[in-house]
Design a protein around this ligand. Structure first.
Ligand code: ATP
Ligand code: MG
Length: 670
């Protein structure tokens, strides 16, 4: 039964480079010595309640909590029971009594490049507070109150963050739906959450054109109306962003700017129970139908506050830019709640990274003197493809720390990021976490960790992560297995909206048979090296089994991408009579390919040399694009069907570009 081979995932990534934080960085860092780190770490693991209780006291509670953790109803945790807190009060009001009142909270840059440069709007903490209070009063005036769900379907403009904070202020539960989603995706999420209102905009700027949003809202609501239960939406609040023509339903639709004229800029924050729901957010849908993840107030805010502070080493004069969209968890925790809870200055950019040119991100970094920059591997790979010259054109000397999140980052992209963007001097924090975890779980601490390309290094404070087998037993170092979190943490999910069975099944049933019902299962495979660094090997669903060897797709992809003629690669299994599964790779070449057969052979040999014959792909298909979620993650489940020659029957609503399936099926550009 317990053939260790079938239980563990073989790790083939040979990556030994290691980078220590520069001395000057460590000296100025919030946590800059091993001793401090180790002291805090052992406190957080030996006595988590004491640790988290102390950290929580750094936030402004409206009423103090009387119990740090109640795990008696596991797997649903209660953190900071008895306490009352309001997330918008934490993000805004607490700073008004201090010098931060006039500090810039938000620097917004619009996408269009006018003659005089782009539109830039800045808000101090005092100004942002006023805007949020007025927004909150508009919601109240429209009959929205505590516990009501509000869908937010917006471009990346300041009003998106204000909408979230306004909901939080009055105790309404926001459910942000990424602005790139279709009417159908929006409809699903409105119905699933029973949203009473939708906050949207006429449109947003994307690659030089107006991407209309309001029509999708109209369509989504019409579709909701056609369902048996009808539409739960009573109000649509619309921000005027682009001035495009929109249809209007009297009595339901309201322009935000009209409504704002009617209200005051004072609004007391609603005292929320620590365990009151702050928001719902649907996962990316990389593996299946998105799940409406439930996050509550107190624990989430404590996690967001602490992780932002230490992972990004936030200093008072930092200019922090997280390029995520507000529609993803990264946008929630590391654009809105975490940075604002810490009183940071942050940048928000409306548009595409290549509008109007491929150097736009770097231009923004230069213009606003960004010092901390957080992005995703998919973006980094795109920058690499576009060429170094776009980065080299700008002065990036203000940067001091870089971060990445969303997928495993292949070492080649990591090194490029470090050299080209970070000028070789900026530590990189590769942060592993999920919508469900609410905040960063495995990550370097930039002032102390020796970073390694491709490794998220070590668990964050209070995170009891381990590599275990199917029975929840810890595996020896070096052996790939399942990632497990063995203790609750404050910002953990409290459920899947309306689907408790799926919540228990997805996250808590993996080791139930082994008597470990309270081990959290994130669904990712990983291994740990002898120094205690974690290497995330990708989703367990994506593991291949070739002749009894369980291999990580991510590692084979890394080998492919390390070849100069490959920009991006996705690897999936195809059923094979002989080997059980055979490896199929979809590869995007750097330039145009003249001799397909030659390059395919070269790449197969390259993988064999890098990893071993076992990993040599049985088939390599050259393509121009890969199917990705709207958040830029490769959807391997679709490629699996294509590689096997099956029809794609899975949920494709989160797919960025549905036409890509035809191209891939045809085996080349359409
Ligand atoms: P779904 O759960 O609907 O399939 P998803 O897992 O893509 O979608 P998210 O919560 O956005 O939804 O993503 C979390 C996942 O992203 C993690 O479980 C992991 O697989 C991957 N991930 C995130 N950050 C990293 C990282 N730094 N290194 C490796 N993988 C990462
Ligand atoms: Mg997931």
């Amino acid at each position: 039964m317990s053939d260790p081979k079938s239980e563990s995932i073989e790790s083939v990534l040979a990556e030994n480079r290691s980078f220590h934080p520069p001395k000057s960085f460590a000296e100025a860092a919030r946590i800059g010595t091993r001793e401090t780190y180790e002291r805090m770490w052992s406190q957080s693991i030996d006595d988590p309640e004491r640790f988290w209780g102390r950290i929580a006291c750094e936030l402004p509670w409206l009423e103090p909590f009387d119990e740090v953790l109640d795990w008696s109803d596991a797997p649903v945790a209660k953190w900071f029971g008895g306490g009352k807190i309001n997330a918008s009060h934490v993000c805004l009001d607490q700073h008004l009594e201090t010098e931060r009142a006039d500090k810039v909270a938000l620097i917004f840059e619009g996408e269009p490049m006018g003659d005089g440069g782009p539109e830039i709007r800045t808000f101090t903490y005092a100004e942002l507070h006023g805007e949020v209070c007025r927004f909150a009063n508009v919601l109240k005036a429209r009959g929205i109150g505590k516990g009501d769900r509000v869908a937010i379907y917006m471009p990346m403009i300041p009003e998106a963050a204000m909408a979230m904070l306004a909901c939080a202020r009055i105790g309404a539960i926001h459910s942000v739906v990424f602005g790139g989603f279709s009417a159908t995706s929006l409809e699903d999420r409105i119905l699933d959450g029973g949203c009473k209102a939708v906050i949207t905009a006429d449109g947003g700027w994307r690659r030089g054109t107006v991407l209309p949003l309001k029509p999708a809202v109209d369509e989504a609501i019409a579709k909701c109306e056609a369902t048996e239960g009808g539409s739960p939406v009573e109000t649509v609040l619309c921000v005027q962003r682009c001035g495009n023509e929109v249809d209007w339903t009297e009595g339901r639709d309201f322009w935000l700017h009209d409504e704002l004229m009617e209200v005051s800029d004072e609004c007391e924050p609603e005292p929320m129970d620590s365990e009151d729901v702050l928001f719902l957010l649907y996962t990316s849908g990389s593996t299946g139908k998105p799940k409406g993840i439930v996050h509550t107030t107190g624990g989430y805010m404590v996690g967001a506050y602490l992780s932002t502070r230490f992972v990004f080493d936030l200093q008072e004069d930092d200019v922090y830019w997280c390029t995520a969209d507000i529609g993803w968890i990264t946008g929630h925790t590391y654009i809105v709640y975490g940075p604002l809870a810490n009183g940071a200055t942050m940048v928000m950019y409306e548009g595409a990274p290549n509008a109007p040119h491929e150097g736009r991100f770097w231009e923004i970094c230069e213009r606003h003197k960004v010092s901390v920059f957080y992005t995703a591997p998919t973006a980094i790979r795109a920058f690499m493809k576009w060429g170094d010259e776009h980065v080299e054109r700008y002065d990036l000397s203000s940067l001091r720390l870089l971060g990445t999140v969303g997928e495993p980052i292949n070492p080649a992209a990591w090194i490029w990021y470090r050299d080209k963007v970070g000028g070789g001097r900026c530590p990189i924090v590769d942060t592993w976490w999920q919508t469900e975890t609410g905040g960063i779980m495995i990550t370097p601490l930039p002032g102390v960790s020796a970073t390694k390309p491709g490794s998220a290094t070590q668990p964050f404070f209070g995170v009891d992560a381990a590599i275990v087998d199917e029975n929840g037993r810890e595996l020896p170092d070096g052996q790939g297995g399942l990632l497990a979190i063995r203790k609750p943490w404050p910002s953990m999910l409290r459920g899947i909206w309306g689907d408790e069975a799926r919540f228990r099944e997805t996250y808590w049933s993996k080791w139930e048979h082994a008597g470990k019902p309270h081990f959290y299962f994130p669904g990712d495979g990983a291994r740990k090296d002898p120094e205690g660094n974690f290497w995330i090997m990708g989703r367990v669903d994506d593991v291949l089994n070739v002749s009894g060897h369980r291999l990580s797709t991510m590692e084979i992809e890394s080998a492919l991408v390390s070849h100069p003629s490959v920009v991006e690669a996705a690897v999936v299994p195809r059923p094979d009579d002989l080997t059980g599964e055979a490896i199929v790779a979809f590869v995007i070449p750097t330039g145009s390919v003249e001799d397909v057969q030659a390059i395919v052979e070269e790449l197969r040999d390259h993988v064999a040399t890098e990893i071993g014959k076992l990993a040599r792909p049985a088939e390599i298909r050259i393509t121009t694009r890969l199917p990705k979620t709207r958040s830029g993650k490769i959807m391997r489940r679709l490629l699996r069907a294509i590689a096997a020659g099956d029809d794609v029957t899975q949920d494709t609503t989160t797919l960025e570009d549905p036409t890509i399936l035809d191209e891939l099926r045809a085996g080349g550009p359409a």
